[in-house]
Design a protein around this ligand. Structure first.
Ligand SMILES: Cc1cc2nc3c(=O)[nH]c(=O)nc-3n(C[C@H](O)[C@H](O)[C@H](O)COP(=O)(O)OP(=O)(O)OC[C@H]3O[C@@H](n4cnc5c(N)ncnc54)[C@H](O)[C@@H]3O)c2cc1C
Length: 468
């Protein structure tokens, strides 16, 4: 069928104002927060044929039914903060923009749950829940702009996963539009269920390859009344990470974050925070009732010192806590701005390893950075072994540095797998990590492919993502 006819049919389904073929739109919908397009010419040149905005489940269903009939690729897209290239429409076709499906449909405190449309921005959900004394805990660094649909589709995590878990732990039920346009409801609105295959969880982390999530029933929990934060610094990474399981056992922190000395140096340069530039820094947050928080913070301080911390300070004063969090909160932008001629590259930025392997992984990654002459800092979620390498290249030596980081990315993923870890702790596979799926899953990958074939036989949903 010709393109004009497709555009005119789509306009009939969702309205003229919700269909765009403007060159500017096709350009901005051709990439996301993953910067690998700069490395790969073919990805850089891909464009959708048309951008379609949808407001209702019925519209999503109509568009998918139509696309399936004519075998047109559909790439679901929300805020586009994917760090895996999940929304890049590498096969062209339709980019389906879900941001205007953004209603909080029901806040049901009695049943400890909310019902939301997929385009609701994470931070807005928590703003709405705050007056009730509740919250939805997964907290990606992008929470001010990423959406609930994107979080479910990538099983997003964040800093507080060590205590509260990740997005999948809060998904009770989903409404999903399948590639053939059928609408299904999966899961339940009870807080537990054992009712056969857990299809709701199958769609969590499916990155738009199996269908479009159009509604979610999410568990919510009471907002903690009090928080305190400690900063603990060590002369050895091994000592710092040895502390982590003991901290979890003794004080159940809500976050245990880590930074290496390069990250602290970048924060100091950018914010003038003047934090001692020790080899390893941990930031530990405890939450709960005031007295209990203080008691557990005493345990945190004692435990950090016992395992070799040379500098420990903590506070539960809100202004002081903001200062202590500076190191972690500002490390991303600080590393991004380190030198004017440097550019931060995403890729190999999200591996996770078993807790006991964290020091081996960080040491190996630092050596890989040195070997390839690229700037590499390690920050991340120590509480769940998730390492965010921050890699910058000197763009004045582009060709040579591109080659170097491609090799570095490969080695980092190889080390993570050899240490018994995973290539993605929370950012997903998308395009960025699909080359490692076989090594990650072995013959379980064939089962995933069989599921994809059964649900999406025409391969219209986000084709070319996760695996080919
Ligand atoms: C500065 C920054 C910090 C970040 N920090 C974190 C972090 O701490 N933890 C973390 O886990 N991630 C983090 N991320 C990554 C990103 O924010 C998450 O992956 C987020 O969940 C993506 O949400 P989104 O709305 O932007 O989705 P998009 O980027 O638009 O889409 C992501 C994927 O989900 C699919 N998708 C989106 N909506 C739907 C839907 N309704 N139905 C089916 N498929 C859908 C898309 O096709 C794509 O594959 C960060 C990103 C940035 C830029």
């Amino acid at each position: 069928m010709n393109k004009e006819k497709i555009i005119s049919d789509l306009k009939k389904l969702v309205g003229d104002e919700n269909v765009s073929t403007y060159a500017e739109d096709l350009f901005v919908y051709s990439f996301d927060s993953y910067s690998i397009p700069f490395l790969d010419e073919t990805i850089m040149k891909c464009r959708p044929d048309v951008v379609v905005k949808v407001k209702t489940t019925q519209q999503v269903s109509d568009v998918l039914r139509y696309a399936n009939q004519w075998k047109i690729p559909v790439t679901p897209r929300a805020a586009g903060t994917s760090l895996a290239g999940g929304t890049i429409p590498i096969k062209g076709g339709i980019v389906l923009d879900l941001r205007i499906m953004n209603k909080i449909k029901k806040i049901d405190i009695e049943n400890l749950q909310v019902i939301v449309e997929p385009g609701v921005i994470k931070a807005k959900l928590n703003e709405a829940l705050k007056p009730y004394g509740f919250f939805f805990p997964p907290d990606p660094g992008s929470e001010e702009y990423c959406t609930i649909g994107g979080m479910i589709a990538t099983n997003a995590g964040g800093m507080r996963a060590v205590k509260y878990g990740v997005t999948k732990d809060y998904v009770l039920g989903l409404e999903v539009v399948l590639p053939n346009g059928d609408v299904i409801r999966t899961g339940a609105n009870t807080l537990k269920y054992s009712i056969g295959y857990d299809l709701a969880k199958l769609f969590v982390g499916s990155e738009g390859t199996l269908g479009v999530i159009t509604e979610a029933t999410l568990k919510i929990v009471p907002l903690p009344k009090h928080r305190a934060v400690a900063l603990a610094q060590y002369r050895s990474f091994r000592d710092a990470t040895k502390t982590v399981p003991h901290l979890i056992a003794r004080a159940l922190p809500s976050a245990i974050e880590f930074l290496d000395k390069y990250a602290i140096k970048a924060v100091n340069e950018w914010t003038k925070a003047n934090i001692p530039e020790e080899v390893a820094t941990l930031l530990i947050e405890v939450d709960g009732e005031k007295e209990d928080v203080r008691l557990r913070m005493n345990e945190v301080v004692k435990t950090c010192r016992e395992f070799g911390a040379v500098n420990v300070q903590w506070s539960d004063d809100p202004n002081e806590m903001i200062k202590l969090w500076t190191a972690r909160r500002d490390s991303g932008p600080a590393l991004l701005r380190l030198r004017p001629e440097w550019a931060k590259m995403y890729g190999a930025e999200d591996v996770a390893v078993p807790l006991s392997k964290l020091p081996d992984a960080v040491e190996a990654f630092q050596k890989i950075g040195e070997k390839y002459g690229i700037f590499l800092a390690c920050i991340g979620h120590a509480g769940d072994g998730n390492i965010h390498t921050s890699i910058s290249i000197d763009v004045t030596r582009k060709e040579e540095q591109f080659l170097a980081i491609k090799r570095a990315f490969e080695e980092i993923h190889k080390v993570a797998l050899e240490l018994g870890g995973v290539v993605a702790g929370e950012h997903g596979i998308g395009l960025a990590r699909k080359a490692y799926m076989e090594k990650q899953h072995g013959n379980a990958l064939q089962v995933m492919k069989a599921i994809k074939q059964a649900i999406d036989p025409n391969n219209i949903m986000n084709p070319g993502k996760i695996f080919d």
